[in-house]
Design a protein around this ligand. Structure first.
Ligand SMILES: O=C(O)C/C=C/C(=O)C(=O)O
Length: 64
């Protein structure tokens, strides 16, 4: 039972996540030989105040 876990910032729309799940599933079928009905895609939406890179919180990053 393959799992794909996506860790990303909060903020995508349901439609974006719907399309992402569809695209990831298709990529796993095409490139990893997975059966779509066995594949789980889990999206972890993380608030920017709970994400750090290079010692800086997401909410404090300049490109925000
Ligand atoms: O780490 C960064 O530079 C910014 C991270 C962004 C995301 O995780 C996202 O866009 O979801």
């Amino acid at each position: 039972m393959p799992f794909v876990i996506v860790e990303m910032w909060q903020g995508r729309t349901v439609e974006q996540k719907r399309n992402l799940v569809k695209a990831i599933t298709q990529a796993m079928v095409d490139h990893a030989g997975c059966k779509p009905d066995h594949l789980h895609v889990v999206i972890h939406d993380t608030p920017k105040d709970s994400w750090g890179r290079d010692g800086v919180l997401g909410i404090d990053m300049k490109e925000n």
